[in-house]
Design a protein around this ligand. Structure first.
Ligand code: GLU
Length: 528
């Protein structure tokens, strides 16, 4: 049977990175087996519907490079793919369960149910109220009422729900591809609502019916759905679909960096890392939830990070492209226990991806983010630059890339190539700026001025090295002293690549200006 898997999110808010991992594992599994990846929107809980969430999910998956074969946008032979567009289908299936005795009508009001719950709480047995085999006959439903009463209630406009009639004394033995055998006795399960008074199915009914109708072969989903599995298996049985029931795989939790409990938005806020794939603005509060995309992560790095949360291929390899993941992914190698999220490691992954990119690729990313803001280009594009400017930028990127994990770091490491320093590091001044400094620097300026002809925009550090070294030798001065002061004049701070590299990129004219400016600005600070 051809593999068909689905990612079935509910559009109740932004997709947490755990949700994206579920989508990714489905996608890898589908591609590995030349199967089909379906995106089904489970929006039957209208009370929890959040505008924009569906679009958010699609945009997030697209950013990650998770391609959908069948879905709301893509269409397909098994549509519609949004559950609210499938309403008519579910009624017919719940009717089938009513006819065969696997489901029944229940008329209990919210107040009645509440009263039962309170009674159970105060009763000495101390067990929570469960609507199930033990007391379903004490409730108001088509099992406890006569046929006449039931018919009358149904034809009145009294609201009702339809519940699953969980069989008693049955041992359900399930096989999960990750967890192995799972056993549950039906006596521990209650009669879940399948159809609500608003005429919409609950998650359980819609989910099982759609998995069946869409011919899903493997249900790969988060561990939080494991408790629903026994009911789902019983539904397959009730419908007579047990022989075509999909295989199940419940993915382990993603844990907090501390390892205690499930990773939440709060952990991200506290420790300063995103928990969502892309930015999300809460439509009600306006609060912005930060995403990996906007935090400067490469989608390939994000996917790589997710892939290793709960899965490994048994080797030491850590860097995988999507193609490689598709080759080596298997559900058998997904762990049972929760996987701790390590934000430092996430940053490390991004740095690795940056190092793999060419200087030209990174220069383009840099222009996209800083082209207009900092470089004052008319457009954030390479074409808005001259050939010389572009070459210069690529050279700058090559010099600072090693120290950067994100595009933003490139700016932090390279800003002084684009603007002159506006202040000078006081520690360096204190340590190095003695009475001889202005004269020494002025001497260098003189040499640079006379050497200027024809070499002003050279990208050649050796040119500067030769001039400075010659000067140092002739003046018999300390190299370290000179280099530190030159850096102070050019950058303002003890940072950046080699001084000669910096000079070569700035060009002779700018170097002369910066040194002269520094002499003028620093001297008065020190002579007082
Ligand atoms: N709608 C459920 C969710 O939001 C789907 C769970 C499943 O995959 O069965 O995750």
């Amino acid at each position: 049977m051809p593999v068909r898997v689905r990612f079935a999110p509910s559009p109740t808010g932004p997709l947490h990175m755990g949700g994206v991992r579920t989508a990714l594992f489905n996608y890898l599994f589908a591609r590995k087996h030349q199967g089909t990846m379906i995106l089904r929107i489970e929006d039957t809980d209208q009370g929890r519907f959040v505008p924009g969430a569906e679009e958010y999910i699609m945009e997030s998956l697209a950013w990650c490079g998770i391609q959908i074969d069948e879905g709301v946008r893509e269409g397909g032979a098994f549509g519609p793919y949004r559950q609210s567009d499938r309403q008519a289908i579910y009624r017919q299936y719940v009717d089938q369960l009513l006819t065969t005795g696997w489901a029944y009508y229940a008329f209990d009001t919210a107040e009645e149910l509440d009263r039962k719950r309170k009674q159970a709480e105060t009763a000495s047995v101390g067990r929570a109220f469960a609507y199930g085999a033990a007391n379903r006959l004490n409730m108001r439903n088509s099992l406890s009422l006569s046929k006449e009463e039931t018919d009358q209630l149904l034809s009145s406009d009294k609201p009702y729900v339809i519940r699953f009639k969980m069989p008693t004394d049955e041992e359900i033995v399930m096989h999960d591809l990750i967890r192995g055998e799972v056993r549950v006795n039906t006596n521990t399960l209650d009669d879940k609502v399948l159809f609500k008074s608003d005429g919409l199915p609950t998650y359980h009914l819609a989910n099982v019916v759609d998995d069946h109708l869409m011919e899903i072969t493997h249900v790969i989903r988060g561990e939080e759905w494991l408790p629903s599995l026994p009911l789902h298996v019983m539904l397959y049985k009730g419908f007579g679909w047990i022989n075509t029931m999909p295989e199940f795989a419940h993915l382990p939790l993603i844990l907090k960096p501390s390892g205690n409990g499930k990773l939440s938005k709060r952990d991200g806020d506290k420790l300063g890392f995103p928990v969502f794939p892309i930015n999300w603005t809460n439509p009600e509060s306006g609060e912005v939830y930060s995403g990996y995309r906007e935090a400067g992560y490469f989608p390939e790095a994000f996917v790589n990070i997710l892939a290793l949360l709960g899965w490994n291929d048994g080797t030491d390899q850590e860097i995988y492209s999507m193609e490689e993941l598709i080759q080596v992914f298997s559900l058998e190698r997904v762990g049972k226990s929760g996987s701790r999220f390590d934000p430092d490691k996430a940053r490390w992954f991004n740095h690795q991806y940056m190092m793999v990119k060419t200087d030209e690729e990174m220069a383009e990313e840099f222009i996209r983010d800083y082209g207009q803001r900092a470089l004052q280009l008319t457009e954030p594009k390479k074409t808005a630059m001259s050939e010389t400017e572009w070459k210069r930028l690529v050279k700058i990127i090559s010099l600072v890339k090693e120290r950067a994990g994100f595009v933003k770091d490139l700016w932090d490491q390279a800003w002084f190539f684009f603007e002159a320093p506006s202040n000078y590091d006081p520690t360096t001044i204190k340590k190095r700026w003695n009475t001889n400094a202005p004269e020494m620097l002025a001497g260098i300026v003189d040499r640079l001025k006379t050497a200027e002809t024809g070499l002003s925009d050279t990208l050649n550090p050796e040119f500067y090295e030769a001039i400075i070294k010659e000067y140092i030798a002739e003046a018999e001065i300390n190299t370290g002293w000179v280099m530190n002061l030159l850096r102070l004049c050019l950058v303002g701070a003890p940072m950046g690549p080699g001084v000669f590299d910096i000079m070569a990129i700035l060009g002779n004219e700018e170097v002369i200006t910066r040194i002269s400016t520094a002499i003028d600005e620093i001297s008065p600070l020190t002579t007082s």
